[in-house]
Design a protein around this ligand. Structure first.
Ligand code: AMP
Length: 528
C-alpha cells in the first residue's frame, strides 16, 4: 500500500512526501483506513512503529480549518511525548493554513499556552493534568471536539491518569471518535476501552515472525551522528565487500549517500523517488560488484535479490519486526552465513527490545571499532601482502635501497615500519609500485599476441595468482600455461591472456565466481 492510495488531501500527501515517508508502515496500513472510516480503534503499537502518523494523518484529514475550535485532542503521558507528537503533527499539517497545533504540558508557563490556545488551536496535544487545568480555567473548550486520542494509554494508566482522562472526556461530546494506542493490552486498557469506546476495532501485534538462524546479528550502540563513521570502520575492520544499508525514509537515504561517498566508498541508493530506469542501473552496478555499499528504503529493497551481500546495516531501527526479518534476510542467501548490524542508542533501545522479542532473536552487542582497530586491521592485511611479496622473491633491487638506508643508521625494523606507514597512506598507488617492480618485473604489456583483462577481484578477496589461473583455465578451457602476467591490486587484477581467446574468456568468466565472489571481467581499458 502507498500513501496515494489512501485518498488523502493534497496538502497532507505533500507533507508526508516531504517528510521522506515512502509507504505507510504496517501499523499505519492497518490503522489509517479504519480511523478514516470514523471507527473507534485500539491499536497495539510501540513507539518507533510510526504510530503518531497512524492517528495524525487521519486526524488532519478530517480537520475543518474553517471552523475555529479545538477539534482534535491528543493526550500523552509525558511532556516529552507531547512535544514529539505535536512536532510530528505540525510537520504533517505544514501545508494547511490555520491549523494551530498547541502542546500543553506541566512545567511550561501556563500564560504562554493560554495565548497559543486563544490564537485558534484546532489540535491540542497535552498531558492530562495540564489539560484539566485549562478546562477548569475555561481556556480550553472541547464542545466541538471530533476526535480524542489516548497515546501510550497504558503508560497513562500506570501513572494514575485514569480519572483525569475520564474527566477530560466528560467535557467532550459523547459521540466523538476515540482512538487509543497502547504497547500492551492489559485488563486496565480493556476496561477503559469498554467504558469509553463504541465497537472499537482492535489492532493487535502480529504473532512472532520467523527468522533465518544462520545470520550473525550484532548491535552497535552509537550516537546517531556517529553511525556513518561506524559503518566505515566496520567495513574496514571486517573486510566486508558488499553491504546493504537500510534507512526508514527516502530523505535519510539521500543524506546518507552523500556522507558515505564522502568517506571514499563506492555507493549508490534506491528509493521510490528514483525512476525505474535509475533503479535498474543502480542494481546492475550493485550486482556487478561495482559498489561497496547500497543504501535503500524497505519498499525499494523489496524486489531486490542479490547474492553475495556480506553485511546488512540497519542505519535506522526498522519500524516493524517483519521489516527487520526482511532486511537481514538480504544477507547470507543461498546457504551462506551473513552478518547484520543494527545501530541503536538511547530511547531506541526499547524499540529494538520489542523487535528482538517478536523476531525471537537476541542481538549481540559489539563495540564500535576504534581507530586503533582500523589501523590494526589494515596492518594485518598489509602484512599478508608483504608475506606474499617475500615469498615471490625478486626483491634484490629493493634490498639494495634498504641496505643504503641501513648504512645511514636506520634499523631494518624501522625501515619496514616506515614502509608500512607509507603504504597505509596511499595503498593503491604504492601497491602498484611494489607489484610492478616485484616478482616478475614490469608487466610485458604491448605483446600483440596477448591481451590484458581486468577482473573485479583483488587482494581484498585474498586472491592469489593460482586462483586466477585455476579459474580461467577451469572455466574457459584455455591451458594454464598460456596465461601470462598476473598483477593483483587491492580491488582488481590484471591478467594477460592469449589475444584470440580474450573474448571467449570474458564471456565465460563473467558468469563465474572466484573464491566465492562473483567476478566482472572486461578488457583492460589502458591497452590499445
Ligand atoms: P513513532 O512510532 O510515531 O514515534 O514514529 C517513529 C518515527 O517514524 C518518527 O520519526 C516518524 O517520523 C517516522 N515515521 C512515521 N511514519 C513513517 C513512514 N511511513 N515511513 C518512514 N518513517 C515514518
Amino acid at each position: 500500500m502507498l500513501f496515494n492510495e489512501l485518498g488523502l488531501r493534497t496538502e497532507l500527501e505533500t507533507a508526508v512526501s516531504e517528510m521522506g515517508f515512502e509507504a505507510p508502515t504496517p501499523v499505519q496500513q492497518k490503522c489509517i483506513p479504519i480511523i478514516l472510516e470514523g471507527n473507534d480503534i485500539m491499536g497495539q503499537a510501540q513507539t518507533g512503529t510510526g504510530k503518531t502518523a497512524a492517528f495524525g494523518i487521519p486526524a488532519i484529514q478530517m480537520l475543518d480549518e474553517s471552523q475555529k475550535s479545538v477539534q482534535i485532542l491528543i493526550m500523552c503521558p509525558t511532556r516529552e511525548l507531547a512535544v514529539q507528537v505535536s512536532g510530528e503533527l505540525m510537520k504533517l499539517s505544514k501545508h494547511l493554513e490555520n491549523v494551530g497545533v498547541v502542546p500543553v504540558y506541566g512545567g511550561q508557563p501556563i500564560e504562554r499556552q493560554i495565548k497559543a490556545l486563544k490564537k485558534g488551536a484546532r489540535i491540542v496535544v497535552g498531558t492530562p493534568g495540564r489539560v484539566i487545568d485549562h478546562l477548569n480555567r475555561g481556556t480550553l473548550k472541547l464542545d466541538n471536539l471530533k476526535m480524542a486520542v489516548l497515546d501510550e494509554a497504558d503508560e497513562m494508566l500506570n501513572m494514575g491518569f485514569r480519572e483525569d482522562i475520564e474527566e477530560i472526556l466528560d467535557h467532550a461530546p459523547v459521540e466523538i471518535q476515540k482512538v487509543m494506542f497502547s504497547a500492551t493490552n492489559t485488563p486496565a486498557i480493556r476496561s477503559i476501552m469498554n467504558k469509553q469506546m463504541r465497537d472499537p476495532q482492535m489492532i493487535t501485534i502480529d504473532k512472532q515472525v520467523s527468522m533465518d538462524p544462520d545470520i550473525e546479528q550484532y548491535l552497535v550502540e552509537v550516537r546517531d551522528s556517529m553511525r556513518s563513521e561506524a559503518i566505515s570502520r566496520l567495513m574496514d575492520v571486517h573486510h566486508f565487500q558488499l553491504g546493504l544499508i537500510f534507512c526508514n525514509t527516502k530523505r535519510q537515504v539521500d543524506d546518507l549517500l552523500q556522507d558515505i561517498r564522502a568517506r571514499g566508498f563506492s555507493a549508490d541508493a534506491i528509493h521510490g523517488d528514483i525512476s525505474q530506469g535509475g533503479r535498474d542501473k543502480v542494481m546492475k552496478s550493485f550486482r556487478n560488484g561495482d559498489l561497496d555499499l547500497l543504501i535503500a528504503t524497505d519498499v525499494a529493497a523489496r524486489g531486490i535479490d542479490v547474492s553475495g551481500v556480506d553485511v546488512v546495516f540497519n542505519f535506522d531501527i526498522p519500524q516493524d519486526p517483519e521489516y527487520y526479518v526482511h532486511r537481514i534476510g538480504r544477507t547470507g542467501r543461498a546457504g551462506r552465513s551473513g552478518t547484520a548490524i543494527t545501530f541503536s542508542a538511547g530511547r531506541k533501545r526499547k524499540n529494538l527490545k520489542f523487535i528482538q522479542k517478536q523476531a525471537g532473536v537476541k542481538l549481540t552487542p559489539i563495540p564500535m571499532p576504534s581507530m586503533k582497530d582500523v589501523e590494526a586491521s589494515r596492518a594485518e592485511g598489509m602484512m599478508s601482502d608483504i608475506v606474499e611479496i617475500l615469498e615471490k622473491g625478486g626483491l634484490s633491487s629493493w634490498i639494495e635501497h634498504v641496505e643504503t638506508m641501513a648504512e645511514h643508521g636506520y634499523s631494518p625494523v624501522e625501515i619496514a615500519a616506515a614502509c608500512m606507514k607509507l603504504q597505509a597512506g596511499g595503498e593503491e598507488e604504492d601497491s602498484k609500485a611494489l607489484s610492478q617492480n616485484g616478482a616478475g618485473g614490469p608487466a610485458k604489456r604491448g605483446d600483440s599476441s596477448m591481451k590484458s583483462l581486468y577482473l573485479s577481484v583483488g587482494k581484498k578477496e585474498k586472491i592469489r595468482p593460482g586462483d586466477i589461473v585455476g579459474a580461467i583455465a577451469g572455466e574457459s578451457g584455455v591451458p594454464g600455461d598460456s596465461i601470462g602476467e598476473i598483477e593483483i591490486f587491492p580491488k582488481h587484477t590484471l591478467v594477460d591472456v592469449p589475444a584470440d581467446q580474450a573474448q571467449h574468456i570474458i564471456k565465460v568468466m563473467n558468469r563465474s565466481n572466484i573464491k566465492g565472489k562473483k567476478v566482472r571481467v572486461k578488457m583492460d581499458e589502458r591497452q590499445g
